[in-house]
Write a protein that binds this ligand. Structure first.
Ligand SMILES: *Cc1c(COP(=O)(O)O)cnc(C)c1O
Length: 452
């Protein structure tokens, strides 16, 4: 009996066939060739000679290769700052500013009045000072970079005092002691995992000391028998020792969110007022802007950061600076920020608004013959902010039959649009907190297709 795989056409024959040739008119030849190779090779491995679907399979393979690797996703997890899904969705006004900057030339480093060269580090500078109360501010590519820059600018080759309770891992490959070593500073550990006192810091100060660093425990909390000196006391100690007090607050909280049950996160302004020389925070966590790392602080301490070569190595592009500036401008007024910055709008959404959105989604799903119920639940802030906070929400629970819950969740992820949901107790849960009203119809369509 002859092997059916022998009957597979050659790549050249496929490319000449009238079924495949039209694809060559629409797509680059190397893409079509690669797609044909891939489909034939898969058919060979599967031992299949039935190539009736060959043109469809090749077209699908080309489409996969041409699709952008980053796809839009509907986030139905209720995790507001979902790092894997791109953290903060950006405010419409910031998006407009980013598009304007992206599509043309700008005054990124240029003074129109005299035609002279300017500095990109001047963008956002005034706004950062205005909003945080600091003398000065600057922006680099992300929070981790901002920390490396501040450490290197103030303490390269010398000692930085750090509590053992803050030798933490922020996520992925970002561990504070390792980052400090890479920034070229010597870590001088003090205290214990749960308790570090002011005199632990005091006793560690020697002529080799270059800075005191505190890092916010962003993604976990410590309770029980714990102690940490307050930031005013550490700032005063640093001043007496004539070294800068550097603080990495992580999330960039500019407004009091305790009326929404969100407390425990250090506010940037309070940290500036406490006397820190440099305060570091991300642009795309609670600030709700594009990915960036902000540094604000005392004039001389910021001048040292500005002059450090890492400021150049970690500089932002014009698009980020435009988006961050527009986001910061929205923060001038809390009501405006709450309305227009998606992260703040989602974090402060009322239970009634969430229940109404859940009901609307459930109605849409039922008219599409999808079985679902509403149930009470909680959303999560995510992104290393307010790790213990649970925000009450109303969830839409999908009955996964005939699929399992995991299978339905997978079908939702692979659908178009892709929907990322939570699975709990054999139910697929959709949290309306991280969905916009104008995305609900898309969710319905995706669920209908995935449930079939
Ligand atoms: C998130 C975080 C960082 C890193 O910020 P990126 O902008 O993600 O680089 C650094 N320090 C703390 C305390 C954080 O929470």
């Amino acid at each position: 009996m002859s092997d059916p795989r022998r009957r597979l056409p050659s790549v050249d024959n496929c490319l000449r066939s009238p079924l495949i040739a039209p694809l060559l008119a629409e797509h680059p030849r190397h893409l079509v060739v690669a797609a044909v190779r891939e489909v034939l090779s898969a058919a060979r491995h599967a031992g299949a000679a039935d190539l009736i679907d060959l043109p469809v399979m090749v077209a699908a393979q080309i489409a996969r290769r041409e699709a952008p690797s980053q796809q839009p996703v509907l986030n139905a997890t209720g995790v507001v700052l979902h790092t894997n899904l791109g953290r903060a969705p950006i405010a419409a006004r910031a998006v407009e500013a980013m598009m304007r900057a992206a599509s043309g030339y700008t005054t990124l480093e240029y003074h129109l009045a005299d035609g002279e060269r300017g500095s990109r580090l001047d963008h956002c500078r005034g706004l950062l000072s205005e909003l945080t109360g600091a003398d000065d501010g600057m922006v680099v590519v992300n929070g981790a970079g901002a920390l490396v820059l501040a450490l290197n600018a103030h303490a390269a080759g010398r000692e930085v005092i750090l509590s053992r309770g803050e030798m933490i891992e922020i996520g992925g490959s970002f561990r504070i002691p390792e980052i400090m070593a890479k920034a070229g500073v010597v870590v001088r550990e003090v205290g214990t995992t749960n308790r570090t006192h002011l005199d632990d810091y005091e006793r560690a100060i020697t002529p080799a000391t270059a800075a005191i660093l505190t890092v916010h425990r962003s993604n976990f909390t410590q309770t029980g028998f714990t102690a940490t000196p307050d930031s005013e006391a550490l700032a005063a100690l640093a001043r007496r020792a004539r070294v800068p007090y550097l603080v990495d607050v992580g999330s960039g909280l500019l407004h009091d969110l305790s009326p929404w049950g969100l407390s425990g996160e250090p506010g940037v302004q309070a940290m500036v007022r406490s006397g820190a020389a440099v305060v570091i925070f991300s642009g795309d966590k609670l600030l709700g802007g594009p990915q960036a790392g902000c540094l604000v602080g005392e004039r001389a301490a910021m001048a040292a950061c500005r002059a450090n070569p890492f400021a150049r190595a970690m500089r932002c592009d014009k698009v980020t600076l435009a988006g961050l500036e527009a986001t910061l401008a929205l923060h001038r007024d809390f009501a405006t920020a709450q309305r227009e910055i998606p992260v703040l709008a989602m974090l402060t959404a009322s239970s009634q608004a969430l229940a109404a959105r859940a009901e609307q989604l459930a109605r849409l799903l039922r008219t599409a013959d999808v079985r679902c119920q509403l149930q009470e639940g909680n959303s999560v802030v995510g992104g290393g902010a307010f790790p213990d906070a649970t925000m009450p929400t109303t969830l839409v629970a999908l009955d996964p039959a005939p699929h399992t819950a995991d299978a339905l969740a997978r079908r939702l992820r692979l659908g178009n649009p892709a929907v990322v949901a939570r699975v709990e107790a054999d139910r697929v849960l959709l949290d309306p907190r991280t969905l916009r009203d104008d995305q609900l119809v898309g969710v319905r369509d995706a669920v209908r297709a995935a449930s079939a």
